[in-house]
Design a protein around this ligand. Structure first.
Ligand SMILES: [Zn+2]
Length: 332
């Protein structure tokens, strides 16, 4: 059972929370905050206003959009040198230093990193797929230069003699320097990358040098970034159902139910050979959605769905028919 489902009027479906009344919402939000969640009000979210400027709040409510987003601030960096817990901000920028011990947490380019790149093509340059690989000596992010050893290796597009020709054809984009008797090639490559300034556009750089990992910290305990043992959901979408439930039967209601469990409602998306795409957990979550938020008699669901084949097309058609899809969904 979901840890917030003990609140009267809160239903958990596939990790999201559906709230039936404003009173239940108040209790839920308070409990989430006490637990340690930060809660974004999506009615007021700038991102939402930017991405969906044409959608007003009333439409969000009516169409059943998620209106609250609860999330835990538990991601931390763990310095590879001092083992201290540090902020994740900038931790993956070339040359970023640990705020506790000063050790560098990450180098994108080290001596010996292979850099596959294209020269940046501007007006008047010849265009086309072309790249070469060169070995890096160092990256001076302050001055915005990448230093490369002069040998030229194959790219993905160019091989052998073509690589040399390409390199020479872009003579205006690199210069030769000598440091301590070592001949090097220097190209403009600022951080962050900038079309106006950069001479190259790297498509692959490896290896990097990592001196940190990301961990999750909760109640003094550390977990791996992708640990399955982390005790709480890291984020939860919250829906206010009193604006739209119960949903009446309609030819497209099955889509809503299938999307609620994070599945695709297009038959053509799935294997067509009958192999299962829907599993027990999917069926349980859909059943809960149907029970709480639609007008369909649950007995009807239970008569049909457990006996339906669990392939993508099979399940989608069965649910669509249950909700009175008047069109027939064509076999793909
Ligand atoms: Zn450190």
């Amino acid at each position: 059972m979901n840890m917030f489902e003990h609140i009267d009027g809160v239903i958990a479906i596939s990790g999201d929370l559906y709230v039936k009344t404003p009173e239940a919402l108040e209790v839920l939000l308070a409990e989430l905050r006490t637990t340690g969640y930060q809660i974004d009000n999506l009615r007021e979210s700038d991102l939402r206003k930017r991405l969906h400027a044409d959608v007003d709040v009333e439409m969000m409510e009516k169409n059943g959009w998620s209106l609250w987003y609860a999330h835990l601030d538990v991601r931390r960096g763990k310095c590879g040198s001092c083992n201290g817990l540090i902020s994740v901000a900038g931790i993956c920028c070339h040359g970023h230093q640990c705020e506790l011990c000063g050790a560098v947490t990450y180098y994108k380019v080290i001596d010996g990193s292979m850099v596959r790149f294209s020269f940046v093509q501007r007006d008047g340059d010849e265009h086309g797929m072309a790249d070469i690989t060169m070995k890096a000596q160092r990256w001076d992010t302050e001055a915005g230069y990448l230093y490369l050893y002069p040998e030229i290796h194959d790219g993905l597009w160019l091989r052998d003699k073509q690589t040399k020709r390409y390199f020479e054809a872009n003579r205006d984009k690199w210069e030769e320097v000598t440091e301590d008797g070592q001949r090097l090639i220097r190209v403009r490559y600022p951080e962050p990358w900038d079309y106006e300034v950069s001479a190259i556009n790297p498509s692959e750089i490896h290896p990097h040098s990592w001196n940190h990992k990301i961990v999750l910290v909760w109640e003094g305990k550390e977990y791996d970034e992708y640990s399955r043992d982390f005790p709480l959901p890291k984020s939860i979408s919250i829906y206010e159902t009193w604006h739209w439930a119960p949903l009446e039967r309609s030819p497209r209601l099955h889509e809503r139910i299938i999307h609620a469990i994070g599945m695709v409602s297009d038959c053509g998306y799935y294997y067509q050979d009958g192999q299962p795409a829907f599993y027990d957990l999917h069926l349980e979550n859909m059943r809960r959605f149907v029970e709480h938020f639609t007008e369909l008699d649950l007995e009807e669901w239970d008569r049909v769905i457990p006996r339906t084949d669990r392939s993508g097309p099979g399940m989608i058609r069965a649910i669509a028919q249950l909700f009175g899809a008047s069109f027939s969904i064509p076999a793909q």
